[in-house]
Design a protein around this ligand. Structure first.
Ligand SMILES: Nc1ncnc2c1ncn2[C@@H]1O[C@H](COP(=O)(O)OP(=O)(O)OP(=O)(O)O)[C@@H](O)[C@H]1O
Length: 239
């Protein structure tokens, strides 16, 4: 579903942030990208999403090479949904307007049906329907961001730190929503997370990046108990 082959990318000519990264995410898997600050996790998502063109290597979504396709076409034509870490909702717009923006490539009827379907799942959206998104709590805003991305029925969802800034209770709610999205939509999910232990508990597999390279990868439950994981990333903490 997502396949990267020796992906190399950076922001400045001659300086590679990502160095020959190869990874894959199978259909309906949840895979988490972990690693210390600045190792390139968000850069990797930006490359897959189409904000950054790779210097070399291949990016496949649903077996199609998409390395040079810009984000709006990936969303419209390639089944991509992307929830960035910041600015992931239009705070000046209402909940209704945010969802309509997410459904811009749908027909009017399909858009209305999709909104009904998602509001049934997340009643808070209907409850605050005409309120501005800026009035939502952090957790509610994250649910809106996820829902807006789901409007286009993506087959692949990229999530950049969905738990950033959330309280433990909200983190649990958002991670539960992510698990439900996988179940209900059969969507393939690649997410970047700093809350490693909690993220590993809801993931199938994980990759740990260090200095722009894959340092470790494997089954999420096994990684939780892998001493190399503790050494590399958890600062010696037990999982
Ligand atoms: N727009 C940009 N222009 C130039 N350099 C950038 C840009 N965005 C990120 N970088 C640099 O790329 C490197 C990787 O950053 P990135 O945000 O991908 O790391 P990260 O692993 O997601 O970090 P964090 O966990 O702190 O969010 C860092 O050295 C960062 O300073």
């Amino acid at each position: 579903m997502i396949k990267l082959n020796k992906l190399t990318a950076g922001y400045t000519p001659g300086i590679d942030i990502l160095k020959e990264i190869s990874l894959h995410v199978r259909k309906a898997e949840i895979v988490t990208l972990l690693g210390p600050n600045g190792c390139g996790k968000s850069t990797l998502l930006k490359c897959i999403a189409g904000y950054l063109t790779p210097n070399s290597g291949q990016i496949e979504i649903q077996n199609n090479e998409v390395g040079t396709i810009p984000i709006h076409r990936k969303v419209r034509d390639c089944g991509l949904g992307f929830v960035p870490q910041t600015d992931n909702v239009f705070t000046q717009l209402s909940i209704k307007e945010n969802l309509l923006a997410g459904g811009q490539f749908l027909t009017r009827l399909d858009c209305r049906q999709r909104i009904d379907e998602l509001c049934e799942r997340y009643p808070i959206l209907r409850k605050k329907w005409l309120n501005s998104a800026s009035s939502l709590s952090g957790g509610e805003r994250q649910i809106l961001a996820l829902t807006r991305a789901l409007m286009a029925r993506p087959s692949v969802l990229l999530l950049d730190e969905p738990s950033a800034g959330l309280s433990p209770k909200m983190l649990t709610d958002v991670f539960e929503a992510i698990l439900n999205i996988r179940k209900q939509e059969e969507v393939t999910i690649l997410m970047v997370e700093q809350n490693a232990i909690e993220a590993l508990h809801i993931s199938d597999r994980a990759y740990v990046l260090a200095m722009g390279k894959v340092a470790l990868c494997g089954n999420a439950k096994e990684l939780l108990n892998d001493p190399r994981m503790r050494e590399l990333y958890l600062g010696g903490r037990a999982a």
